[in-house]
Ligand binder design. Structure first.
Ligand code: UDP
Length: 327
């Protein structure tokens, strides 16, 4: 049996990784404490309910499954919350990851794929961000992810551990099959928050800040479809399994959209009018985060197939209407 551990496999991006692993003939084993993930999202392989802070439970899983690789998605990921509760972020994201890396090495499992973020770069307004852009995170979420990147790079120098580090820009959309998608409680992300308004769960969408140095004053983000994002992970994993060397890749499209542009696209795609309220800036938000790298295209043979705003909104809306996850 070719098992791959997927931490956070009950969450949005991790569940899409499980689906793709299964399609490639591997068995995804979800390791998840279900703090933010969903039992119902674990459809493609076994679930081991555990917390990464529990090393005994982790060790037990490694000895039972003997995975050929680890894909590590489990993390707290809200910028605003991370500023208010940094200890929670350092503990969960950094100590949890350290435990996972320790047990991966102890089990002689040699391939590690890590879900990192463009939030590790911090403020670089007006420039396109590539892998060489200095990493100066401005919030505890970005700082905790950067610490794990450094841990992995450092450990791999001394141990036979290879890694793929993927720094995501903004992930959106859902698998077109409608089986899995994005659901957070409370919802904070832009596109699903707009859907909550359309489906009557909330009354209006707040736009955070209109005085940024961008074309319409609202923040610019680079949105990439979750299915495209996961294809890059599989390409990276296959490269490691084939004996390829470790790598660090930004995953984004190279095109940025303002908050207003995204909301207008939602209105157009779903033929609706969104009640919008302009409010002040959200703490921890950078004006612009756009990927300026084609390294993943060049070195992994990655290409984008569904990352237009229309496809991301359409696929996410299809999932949103059908979603009925439970814990
Ligand atoms: N945003 C907004 N209103 C919302 C949610 C998000 O104006 O209800 C903005 C947010 O300030 C950021 C962009 O939309 O500029 C994307 O935010 P999201 O939380 O989706 O992702 P993040 O960039 O924080 O990872």
């Amino acid at each position: 049996m070719r098992y791959v551990f997927v931490t956070g496999g009950a969450g949005y991006i991790g569940s899409h990784a499980c689906l793709k692993l299964k399609q490639r003939g591997l068995i995804p084993v979800t390791l998840d404490n279900l703090s933010t993930g969903w039992n119902d999202a674990v459809k493609f392989g076994p679930l081991e309910k555990l917390d990464l802070l529990d090393r005994e439970a982790l060790r037990n899983c490694f000895s039972r499954y003997k995975p050929i690789a680890v894909m590590h998605f489990a993390a707290l990921s809200h910028v605003g919350e991370s500023i208010k509760e940094p200890i929670k972020y350092w503990s969960n994201n950094v100590i949890g990851s350290l435990n996972l890396i320790k047990e991966t090495v102890a089990a002689n499992c040699r391939h590690f794929v890590f879900s990192s973020t463009c939030a590790t770069y911090g403020e670089h307004d007006g420039i396109l961000i590539n892998e060489q852009t200095p990493q100066k995170p401005i919030n505890s979420y970005g700082a905790s992810k950067l610490a794990v990147e450094n841990m992995l790079i450092d450990v791999s120098k001394a141990q036979s551990l290879n890694y793929m580090i993927f720094r995501y820009f903004n992930v959106a959309g859902a698998d077109p099959s409608g089986q899995i998608g994005e659901l957070h409680i409370p919802e904070t992300h832009l596109i699903p928050s707009a859907f909550d308004v359309i489906s009557g769960k909330t009354k209006y969408i707040e736009v955070f800040g209109n005085d940024y140095p961008t074309r319409d004053g609202t923040c610019v983000r680079d949105y990439v479809h979750v299915v495209d994002l996961i294809v890059a992970h599989l390409l990276g994993l296959e490269k490691l399994l084939a004996g390829g060397k470790s790598g660090i890749f930004n995953l984004g499209t190279g095109s940025g959209f303002t908050v207003n542009e995204v909301l207008t696209a939602v209105e157009k795609c779903l033929d609706c009018q969104l009640p919008v309220i302009q409010v002040g800036r959200r703490r921890g938000d950078c004006a612009s985060l756009v990927c300026g790298s084609r390294l993943a295209f060049k070195e992994l043979g990655w290409h984008l197939s569904r990352s237009s705003l229309e496809d991301m909104i359409g696929d996410a809306w299809q999932w949103h209407q059908a979603s009925n996850y439970r814990k």
